[in-house]
Design a protein around this ligand. Structure first.
Ligand SMILES: NC(=O)c1ccc[n+]([C@@H]2O[C@H](COP(=O)([O-])OP(=O)(O)OC[C@H]3O[C@@H](n4cnc5c(N)ncnc54)[C@H](OP(=O)(O)O)[C@@H]3O)[C@@H](O)[C@H]2O)c1
Length: 106
């Protein structure tokens, strides 16, 4: 079983594409913050499905296999996790009931 990142860029929330830590790490590898995010997911063996309508950004999102984040960089990125979802909480009983109802209603 593999995890898959739905909205792996968090839809750009919290200024993800210009985040100072991600940008700094990206600069060290001559990559963008977005490419650092993809690499962080890939190195954790999480399937990435980044979405873009822009051909240049699509190409950028494929161009993540010629560098590797160090253990220290991986740790710095992991430390950004606030433990709180930016979307909705799949552990919230009300949300689970709502999702179940939607599925049953078709
Ligand atoms: N978000 C969810 O909750 C969710 C749930 C189920 C499934 N999914 C699936 O997961 C996939 C991705 O999710 P998503 O599209 O919602 O969110 P996402 O991939 O987190 O973010 C998409 C946003 O990132 C921008 N972007 C992409 N590449 C970029 C780059 N290299 N630099 C800067 N900006 C970049 C896109 O803008 P441009 O298009 O202008 O480049 C778009 O605004 C989709 O196939 C979606 O169907 C998402």
């Amino acid at each position: 079983m593999r995890h898959q990142s739905w909205g792996g860029f968090a839809e750009g929330k919290n200024n993800l594409f210009t985040h100072p830590v991600l940008s700094e790490i990206g600069t060290a590898h001559d990559k963008s913050a977005a490419q650092v995010v993809l690499r962080w997911l890939i190195q954790r063996e999480i399937v990435t499905i980044p979405k873009s309508v822009d051909p240049d950004r699509m190409a950028q999102n494929f161009d993540v296999f010629d560098f590797a984040l160090t253990d220290e960089e991986m740790t710095r990125i992991a430390a950004l996790d606030t433990g709180r979802t930016l979307f909705f909480d799949h552990h919230d009983p009300e949300m689970v009931a709502w999702l179940s109802k939607r599925r049953l209603d078709g």
